[in-house]
Design a protein around this ligand. Sequence first.
Ligand code: GLC
Length: 701
Amino acid sequence: MTESKIADLLSKMNLEEKIGQLNQYFSFGNFDAEIIRKGKAGSVINAAGALTGTGESKSSDAETCNNIQKLALDTPHGIPQLFGRDVIHGYRTIFPIPLAQSASFNPELAEQAASIAALEATATGIKWTFAPMLDIARDARWGRIAEGNGEDPFLGAQMAAAVIKGFQGDDYSAPDKLVACAKHYVGYGTAEGGRDYDAGEVSEPTLRDIYLPPFEAAVKSGVGTLMSAFLDLNGIPASGNRRLLTDVLRGEWGFDGFVVSDWDSVVELIQHGVAEDRAEAAAIALHAGVDMEMVSGSYIETLAASLQSGKVTQEDIDEAVRRILRIKLRAGLFDKPFTDPDRATRDLLRPNSRTLARQFARETMVLLKNEDDLLPLDSNFKRIAVVGPLIHARSELFGSWSPDGRAADVTPLGDALKQIAPAGVELVFADHADKATHIAQSTDAIVLVVGEYPYRSGENSNVSDLSLPPGQAELVETVAGLGKPVVLVVIAGRPLAITKQAAQVQSVLYAWQPGIEGGAALGEILFGLEAPSARLPVTFPRATGQVPIYYNQKNSGRPIRADGPFKSRYVDIPNAPLYPFGYGLTYTTFEYANLKLSSETMRGKLEISADVTNSGKRAGNELVQLYVRDLVGSLTRPVRELKGFERVVLKPGETRRVSFTLTEEALAFTRADGTKGIEPGKFNIWIAPNSQSGLQGDFKL
Ligand code: GLC
């Protein structure tokens, strides 16, 4: 049905109408209805402005989209418009940033949040979101680490599948489902120096085994579209790379949706120095596999002439049109092109959407330190000082890419804490040091809230130094010197090198940018109504100079653990990170014991299990992690690789036997000959609470 409809449409379309479908229109000022009337656009982007989308911007609305749609349906073939927008971690109900969502290690929750985002965005006429962002990041200086799922391909692939399922459901022609867009294909996080848009170099095996897996998972999940990245990857700009955009994406993975360029990435091929002019840039990109061109207009301006001159072929153009029509048909736009204008009042900011946002915020906050079990703050703490530059935070809790979030929807952080604080507990507030010094003497504990403002991470927002923002280290120093127990709460879009500050305080709770309900969620954790359960999806460096730093590193010939003076190390700080991937505390403790393997030799698959016991006084939620190490390969292999995780909730004293099934397929990697597969040999295996400890076993493949 779809394919025959596509063939029928294509046979009736003239060249100008075909090229019109390949153009995405962004009105930089007032909307030019002629563009739509004349079929010169296949999609309208309602962008929040490319500057990281942190500012509130004019949201979409059903009426506007319906009026544009009417113009589109009046064109000769009545091909409907596809309205796109960056709905990255919520539309009006803003959820924690994606990096925080990954810390929950809870794909099911991420799916539910994406489903709510789809409900809200489609209520305003949006049908296509430029999300999820799947770029693996090993360098926290890069501002866009905030938007992805951290450093691990296994976790990244799980989150990709879940979020796409949430956005698209099983059938994205449903009125409350969106077409998703896996971005930025591929390797964007390798930008040198953490400088957004800069060039990246990565080996083919690393590209295959680290950066591509989340995108392959997205394609397997049926994602409708991908977005090609800005960067120069290994000398070939990602938006002009036919091997990746066609041979891999379509040839190997069978992707049959369409690829949209990222903003001006097609015409940026000129800056990259691989195209002389706009016509050549457009021809390279189209032939590489970029089907729709976002906003620069190079396709609509040059493809007709390029076809005449032989720069592009009719098949290049026709195939791109087929892919776009295919997604529009699957999105149900031909049958249901309009949005019910009454939906917005019903579907935006529903109470249960806020409830989910609060749960998600709670499940993303990572407890990094808790000396003397200072947290949760119990009834001994009657008067608590809440100090710092973010204690009145509202939209600061949203983080980057939250253009439809509104500060007015957020209870300021301090007020939310007040609402949650138990009866009899008094909170006193001080947003700067000398006021804090003044009130501290009369309080029993201090909650110090520091961190980043939204525009300090996200697109085009990189830092050369991972220390706290200017002035905050001094504030921590002052507050820590007041002789009161201090809980440091960090609001941030990236890991920060808080080594000194962590040593100065009793407890550290990393809240990331927790979204619309972040204040209440923080209160529930601080006062023990809920216990923290998140784990780090990304390694925390001691110092900026350690970056790039990540758990699944190679061993080198002189690893830090080896004997002798000559080894891979710094003379001024330890190699080890401040906090490792997978790490996080809660309000109880867990013991791991009795590791068992179903066999010492794997044939097809292996069962591995261990006892996990809650050895503390409170119920707890533990993320049990499964890691392997391939000891000898045709290429060097990582010292650890995450291959599974499972949550267990245990009462005090309760023991649960947790087991995993490891398959041979999970041990496949890109070998020296470039093929993907397994190699026989010895392996280590761990069931562990994080990437640096756990019970170790051995097996042979
Ligand atoms: C931006 C971003 C991309 C976003 C697009 C549309 O430059 O790189 O992630 O989806 O433009 O706003």
